[in-house]
Design a protein around this ligand. Structure first.
Ligand code: SAM
Length: 258
């Protein structure tokens, strides 16, 4: 059986610690004991770890040998903001499927009250992603950007000569690189190509981005903007999926193919 994995809040040499609410979950809820064995992610490394001290808001570990982790193709997910309970579910499941970055996007058909409240949700989304990352033994949670308008999100993926960037709150590096090799927008009215077909035709990608629309779908203007910035529109089949189903299916298919 694999050991439960934690993401360290602090680490240095052969020592690591969880702190605050994160530690309280392990110390109080899970009743951690000195001597218990876990895995602890410390930056780029995952190490075997033994609990060396337990306090309510601080759990310390002595670190052992490194556990090898398999490299996965980085996936950035542009997720149009939709109903928060469903969106949280999508963030949790896509984190389990090892998405690298999630960029919440305010799309034309994102409901107004959700668009207004999205900024305040980002911290909660990060917490959900972190818990899901630990649960699924990831080395680190996905980066969750602050919500941005679609145009700004696309500018971050594109050549500034074609589409100038406005001021942005999220990292210039997406998928660990300045831009992704392959950019795919999921569109229910899409064209001939399915996601699997497009992925098989690009079997050497080293990073990619997927974009999933809001409950009302992308507008024609938005789909044109994707096209202008060299995103390929693909289908997930003949049925219309809810946004959260489309996000999870798209990431799962991509993980299976890449
Ligand atoms: N406008 C649509 C309607 O009611 O007819 C529904 C949009 S759907 C609920 C939300 C998003 O999920 C879409 O913008 C798209 O990104 C994705 N999606 C859903 N079904 C899809 C499919 N069959 N192929 C590709 N994308 C799909």
């Amino acid at each position: 059986m694999t050991r439960r994995r934690w993401i360290a809040d602090e680490f240095s040499g052969d020592r690591a610690a969880l702190t605050g609410a994160h530690a309280a979950h392990l110390s109080r809820t899970l009743r951690a004991r000195v001597g218990q064995q876990f895995e602890v992610a410390c930056g780029e490394q995952v190490r075997r770890a033994t609990v060396s001290s337990v306090q309510d808001e601080r759990v310390e570990f002595t670190l052992g040998e490194e556990v090898t982790a398999r490299e996965a193709v980085p996936i950035a997910l542009l997720l149009a903001v939709f109903k928060f309970d469903r969106m949280e579910w999508a963030i949790e499941k896509c984190t389990e499927l090892n998405v690298t970055t999630i960029i919440p996007v305010i799309a034309r058909r994102t409901e107004k009250h959700l668009a207004l409240a999205a900024d305040k949700r980002a911290e909660r989304w990060r917490r959900i992603a972190r818990e899901a990352a630990e649960q699924s033994r990831r080395i680190a949670p996905p980066e969750i950007a602050n919500p941005v308008k679609l145009k700004e999100a696309l500018a971050n993926f594109h050549d500034p000569a074609v589409m100038p960037r406005e001021d942005s709150s999220f990292s210039r590096e997406i998928c660990g690189q300045p831009r992704c090799d392959l950019r795919i927008v999921l569109a229910e009215a899409a064209p001939e190509a399915t996601l699997s077909e497009v992925l098989r035709a690009h079997d050497h990608v080293t990073s990619l981005a997927l974009a999933v629309g809001p409950e009302g779908g992308w507008t024609t203007d938005e789909l044109q903007l994707f096209e202008l910035t060299q995103w390929l529109a693909v289908s997930l089949g003949n049925t219309i999926l809810r946004a959260e189903t489309a996000a999870i299916a798209a990431v799962a298919i991509t993980r299976a193919e890449c």
